[in-house]
Design a binder for this molecule. Structure first.
Ligand SMILES: Nc1nc2c(ncn2[C@@H]2O[C@H](COP(=O)(O)OP(=O)(O)OP(=O)(O)O)[C@@H](O)[C@H]2O)c(=O)[nH]1
Ligand SMILES: [Mg+2]
Length: 239
């Protein structure tokens, strides 16, 4: 897929401040510092489009970028970072919760995981939350340049093993390195495929779960009381 333009649209502090839902959106989420903004820059081909920082919790707003005037990349604040907190918890802010649950134009979430680490409970919990809420997603293991290939493979396999019992068919799994510029074509292919499906009138659907993932409630988070729009995937899309 060729990227002919990628422009910053706006930053939104909450769902009501997000731009109109006229374009399909592909959102990046994962633990603080996992490499969301760096991956967004890699895909867009503009290394300074989203701001990258070694300080965890750097991205605090929902940032929208329009690509090729036809779809959007969305950089979300990460979870698992709270200044002063002793133990990282799976807890993201209300804006991210509302965006993931209610944004009608959200087409696919890229759920980022650090390939240099064995499965982290916080990430396992987050994937369970995505599955329970019928959010369509693919897994993306980041920073493959940081650990030896055998370690990366072992970590990816261990994570997949942890979640495999939850799904009729496992979500797609990808790997990338923003530093080595690996994975760009593959991930743009995910977007290309989704856009082709949308244009053909069929929708990407969330992975089917066979059992409710363990740990029934998202920790540290009140249930959402916003008047619910129809839940994906039977939602009538705005395009
Ligand atoms: N080695 C390596 N470092 C990376 C890679 N991607 C990102 N980083 C580094 O990881 C740090 C965090 O990157 P960001 O892209 O800002 O991460 P983020 O997930 O957007 O972080 P928050 O916005 O704070 O949640 C920065 O120091 C990046 O340079 C990668 O593929 N390999
Ligand atoms: Mg960021």
């Amino acid at each position: 897929m060729e990227i002919s333009s990628a422009i910053f649209d706006c930053s939104a502090p909450d769902l009501d401040s997000c731009p109109d839902e006229s374009l399909p959106e592909f959102a990046f989420i994962g633990r603080s510092n996992v490499g969301k903004s760096s991956l967004l820059n890699l895909l867009s081909g503009q290394l300074d489009l989203a701001r990258v920082s070694p300080t965890p919790g750097f991205t605090k707003l929902i940032n929208f970028f329009t690509v090729n005037k036809t779809w959007r990349l969305v950089d979300l604040p990460g979870y698992g970072f709270a200044a002063g907190a002793k133990k990282a918890k799976f807890k993201f802010n209300r804006a991210v919760n509302d965006y993931l649950k209610h944004r009608a134009s959200l087409c696919c979430v890229f759920a980022l995981l650090d390939s240099g680490l064995p499965p982290q409970e916080i990430d396992v919990e987050f994937i369970a939350w995505l599955a329970r809420n019928s959010v369509p997603f693919v897994l993306v293991f980041t920073k493959t340049d940081k650990a030896p290939p055998a370690t990366v493979q072992a970590n990816m396999a261990a994570f997949t093993e942890r979640i495999s019992g939850w799904f009729e068919k496992l979500p797609a799994i990808h790997a990338c390195s923003a530093i080595k510029k690996h994975g760009r074509e593959e991930l743009l292919g995910v977007i290309d495929e989704a856009m082709t499906a949308i244009q053909a009138g069929s929708e990407p659907t969330p992975p089917e779960t066979v059992i409710p993932p363990e740990g029934s409630a998202a920790t540290g988070q009140k249930e959402n009381t916003r008047p619910s729009r129809k839940r994906r995937p039977d939602l009538a899309r705005p395009w």
